[in-house]
Each structure stands twice: as structure tokens, then as C-alpha cells.
Design a protein around this ligand. Structure first.
Ligand SMILES: Cc1ncc(COP(=O)(O)O)c(C=O)c1O
Length: 353
């Protein structure tokens, strides 16, 4: 079976470094807010080119704390996308604010041309998501945020190491929020998250929120594992890029599918490789029978989910036109070229070419 993510292979590949990272913590006798968390925060900030990093319990909490630190609250609006993990909108709702959704562009990101028409006197922030590992139109979004005096919070949960014009995502706005959920390009062996910022006042505010009742911490074991895995992140991102190149080469002539588009001036990290496929559900089933796991990110846009009945009737033409065709193919770094070739052959076979 070709798995969508192969955590066991990943662990066995990095066993020596991961085992020793865990052992170091066990033997240190300090398990919460110790030197491993501090070390990782520094390393991750340096890796991104940010001044401050603050470890938290998850990506969702990273977003929530970032919004709280900016004072976003009940009655405020935050412009974002309905095409993301539900956590993006949950964080906005958690602080009492209202998510205001904008349709997506051809790269599956919040469409920067459609932001300004949604700005109202209640708008406090823009929250783009660097979905699938590709930077959103972050420079243009930052210009809009500055022009209208809005905060910019980047959901970078899928963007560890992705760059726009050479600058890493998560460092453009007031805050960049990361998740270390195990499936992410930099994944812990449990939950974890981080907030990065270049502003000392905001960093201090995050610390205050943690001290005054919001219990969200990255633990020493996860921090130690993340430090050891961070050294491999660029190498693994490159491997994902190589897999993507091979998919492009093998699938480019297939008229029944659309391959993902890449923006100019970006370094994509291919957290996910998402195609648009005719007869998507049948293709998925055929691949499953061929021992290939695929997934859909995401089958139901946030505005149509039961948890958000107030948005169920909204229409987003671009998102609505793509949602039933999107399919994520395996692209993790522990796949072989043969795996990618086999997956591509099976897709070609399905369409009878
Ligand atoms: C885009 C996006 N935002 C937020 C999150 C939330 O992260 P976590 O699962 O660590 O809370 C995730 C991942 O699940 C995500 O993919």
C-alpha cells in the first residue's frame, strides 16, 4: 500500500536522532517550559528569519492567541478563506469575532483582488492561509492590510520554509502561526504549534496570555524532536519538490486532470500535491483498489459546514467550481520515484490512455 503519510518510515529513517532527542529530555528531568523549548523557539525563529518565536500547544491555539494578542474580539471581523482546515475559522470564532470569507484564486488561496470589497468599519485583520505549501499573494495582501490599517496574521500551518520573493512565509504580518501536527512538513510526534513575530510588544503580549489563564504550551519532548527534525526540513522539502516535478512530467498530457499552478517568485514546499480531476470520486476509488491512498483537502468548505450554519447559504463561484474535483496525491518525502511513477501510471490507466 502506498500510504498518504508514512510516519513509521519517517521514524525509522530518523530513529537515531529522534530517540536521542527524547532521551535527552527524559534524562533532564524538566518536561515543561525548559531549555529545549527555548532552544527550538530560537532555532525556528532563525530558520524563518523572524525575531521571536513562541511555542504553543497547536496550530489552532497559535491562531487564537495571535488574534487575542492583537485585541481582536466580539463585534470585529476578520477576512479569510473558506478553503482551509476548519481551525482557521474556528480561531476567529473562538475570540468572538466573525470570519468574513473571500473566494479563492487559481492557486486555491484567498483572492487578493476580492479583499477590499469585504472591508467594513468592523474589519480588524486579514488572515490568509498559505495553503498546500504555496505562499498566498502575501505581498499584495500586506499592501492592502497596510493601506486600510488592518492587522495581518498568516496561517502558515502548511508553509514551513515556503518563500515569497525569497522571504519565508509567517514573517510578513504581525504574526505567523504554525502547526506541528504530525502530517505537516515539520511535524512533531504529537501536537504542537508556534507563533512568530518581529514585534517585541506582541511577543510579550503572547507570553502574558499564556501566564494569565490560556494554557497552551509546546512541551519539552516535542520541542526536542522538532529541533532535531528542523535540520532535515529543507532536504525533505526538496524531496517533495522532486516528486512534484516527476508528477508534472508524467501527467502533463492528461487532459482529464489539471495540475497545480505555481505562482511566480515563490518557493513551494508541496505540503500537498493537489490536482483537479474529472470523475474524482471514481478515480479515488480506483486508486484505492490499486493500493494508493489519496485524500481530499477539503471535501466541505468551511462556510458549508454544520458548525457555521450562519454561512451555509454563501456562494463562492471559484471555490464551488473546484471543490468536487480536487484530489491530493501522496507526496511525502519517503516515497520513491517508483511510487510516483506507479501512481501516475494508474491515473493514466484510469482515464484509458
Ligand atoms: C491551514 C491550517 N490551519 C490550522 C491548522 C490547525 O493546526 P492544529 O491541528 O495543530 O491545531 C491546520 C492543521 O491542522 C491547518 O492545516
Amino acid at each position: 500500500m502506498i500510504l498518504f503519510n508514512d510516519f513509521k518510515k519517517e521514524y525509522l529513517n530518523l530513529k537515531i536522532v529522534i530517540d536521542s532527542a527524547i532521551k535527552e529530555v527524559l534524562e533532564s528531568g524538566q518536561y515543561i517550559l525548559g531549555e529545549k523549548v527555548e532552544r527550538f523557539e530560537k532555532e525556528f525563529a532563525d530558520y524563518l528569519g523572524a525575531k521571536y518565536c513562541f511555542g504553543v500547544g497547536s496550530g489552532l491555539e497559535a491562531l487564537e492567541i495571535a488574534l487575542m494578542a492583537l485585541g481582536v474580539k466580539r463585534g470585529d471581523e476578520v477576512i479569510t478563506t473558506a478553503h482551509s482546515a476548519v481551525a482557521t475559522a474556528l480561531a476567529i470564532k473562538a475570540v468572538g469575532a466573525k470570519p468574513v470569507f473571500v473566494d479563492i484564486d487559481e492557486y486555491y488561496h484567498l483572492d487578493s483582488d476580492k479583499i477590499e470589497e469585504k472591508i467594513t468599519p468592523q474589519t480588524k485583520a486579514i488572515l490568509p492561509v498559505h495553503l498546500y505549501g504555496q505562499p498566498s499573494a502575501i505581498k499584495k495582501i500586506k499592501e492592502i492590510a497596510q493601506k486600510h490599517h488592518l492587522y495581518l496574521v498568516e496561517d502558515s500551518a502548511q508553509g514551513h520554509g515556503a518563500k515569497y520573493d525569497g522571504q519565508k512565509v509567517g514573517t510578513f504580518g504581525e504574526f505567523g502561526c504554525f502547526s506541528f501536527y504530525p502530517t505537516k512538513n515539520l511535524g512533531a510526534l504529537g501536537d504542537g504549534g508556534a507563533i512568530v513575530t518581529n514585534r517585541e510588544d506582541l511577543y510579550e503580549k503572547c507570553k502574558m496570555i499564556r501566564n494569565y489563564g490560556f494554557n497552551s504550551r509546546l512541551d519539552e519532548i516535542q520541542a526536542s524532536i522538532l529541533s532535531s527534525k528542523l535540520k532535515y526540513l529543507d532536504q525533505f522539502n526538496q524531496k517533495r519538490n522532486k516528486h512534484a516535478e516527476l508528477y508534472f512530467k508524467l501527467l502533463k498530457n492528461l487532459k482529464e486532470i489539471k495540475l497545480p499552478k505555481t505562482r511566480e517568485n515563490v518557493d513551494h514546499i508541496y505540503h500537498l500535491f493537489v490536482i483537479e480531476a474529472e470523475k474524482r470520486d471514481e478515480l479515488m476509488e480506483f486508486l484505492k483498489e490499486s493500493e494508493i491512498a489519496t485524500l481530499v483537502h477539503y471535501p466541505t468548505p468551511i462556510h458549508r459546514q454544520d458548525y457555521f450554519p450562519e454561512f451555509n447559504n454563501l456562494k463562492f463561484p471559484v471555490l464551488d467550481s473546484k471543490i468536487d474535483n480536487i484530489l491530493s496525491l501522496p507526496i511525502h518525502p519517503f516515497l520513491s520515484n517508483e511510487d510516483i511513477i506507479y501512481i501516475s501510471q494508474k491515473i493514466i490507466e484510469f482515464y484509458g490512455n
